[in-house]
Design a protein around this ligand. Structure first.
Ligand SMILES: Cc1cc2nc3c(=O)[nH]c(=O)nc-3n(C[C@H](O)[C@H](O)[C@H](O)COP(=O)(O)OP(=O)(O)OC[C@H]3O[C@@H](n4cnc5c(N)ncnc54)[C@H](O)[C@@H]3O)c2cc1C
Length: 238
């Protein structure tokens, strides 16, 4: 019964390669026959077994952490893991080696693009991991605006050609409750009509940006899609 349940929930994969696209970024490439034929939409995430879990739940799935699928094709899936220095997910990404085996849950989630006159993206290091695949999948000619705030230029990921994003740098300041990201979004010259906004990353910053769009720019709430990825003091958000 346990193995049937696990087969429905989890997929086995092997680590194929690890690269460092930035000083604190790990690009982890996973492969394996069980990765073939999964349903995936850009912006969706997987949950990975990064370590053993607390005794009460370890028998089932172990310690899970959530990462957006950076790319997926046939039997190959890539994830970008930001090394914030603390926690089992970050530790896993620092120590994982080619050939390591792991289990993951199939892609899931509703943080995906919807038809809109234009799209607005705002967030920090971890949000980039979601925006890359979402931006790459937009039809050519789609209007895109965005404000991305990372610690330094070295931590920018390549989010694809032709994207109209404003980048700013925190230079050691916390990404939590970032008023400077809100200010960067406030400075964007957006069309009069609302578009569709995608806000991922640190939870309090997302709320500040959301409030700006709804209260200062009068965007309808339904046009602002949020997905908190982490916040100080909370572990393993999903
Ligand atoms: C839908 C979804 C998609 C996600 N996609 C990605 C992704 O593609 N890449 C990615 O790197 N992360 C992503 N995240 C965030 C990632 O799941 C969290 O950062 C997770 O907490 C990391 O686990 P951990 O074991 O390293 O730290 P935890 O054990 O969860 O947390 C330990 C401590 O570290 C802090 N912390 C966690 N993350 C950060 C951070 N980024 N910066 C600073 N402090 C932090 C926590 O607040 C906590 O105090 C995603 C989250 C969600 C919900």
């Amino acid at each position: 019964m346990k193995s049937r349940l696990l087969d429905r929930l989890l997929v086995a994969a092997q680590v194929h390669a690890i690269e460092s696209p930035g000083p604190r970024m790990r690009l982890v490439t996973l492969t394996g026959p069980h990765l073939a034929g999964l349903d995936w939409e850009p912006g969706q995430h997987v949950r990975l077994q990064v370590a053993a879990g607390p005794a009460a739940v370890d028998w089932l799935v172990g310690m899970l952490r959530t990462y957006t699928v950076w790319s997926y094709h046939d039997r190959t899936m890539q994830l970008v893991v930001f090394d914030h220095g603390d926690g089992p997910g970050a530790h896993w990404a620092r120590t994982v080696r080619p050939g390591d085996e792991l289990l993951l849950m199939k892609p899931q989630g509703t943080f995906v693009t919807a038809a809109a006159p234009y799209h607005l993206f705002a967030g920090e290091e971890t949000a980039q991991a979601a925006y890359g695949p979402m931006l790459r999948a937009l039809p050519p000619g789609t209007r895109v605006f965005g404000a991305l705030e990372v610690d330094s230029p070295e931590e920018r990921l390549d989010l694809g050609p032709g994207t109209n994003l404003e980048w700013s740098y925190r230079r050691g300041r916390s990404a939590a409750s970032s008023e400077t990201l809100v200010e960067a979004v406030r400075r964007l010259e957006l069309p009069e009509e609302p578009g569709h906004a995608y806000l991922a990353g640190e939870a309090r910053t997302i709320q500040l940006v959301r409030r700006h769009l709804i209260e200062e720019r009068n965007w309808p709430r339904r046009n602002v899609l949020t997905k908190p990825f982490w916040t100080p003091g909370r572990k393993g958000m999903d």
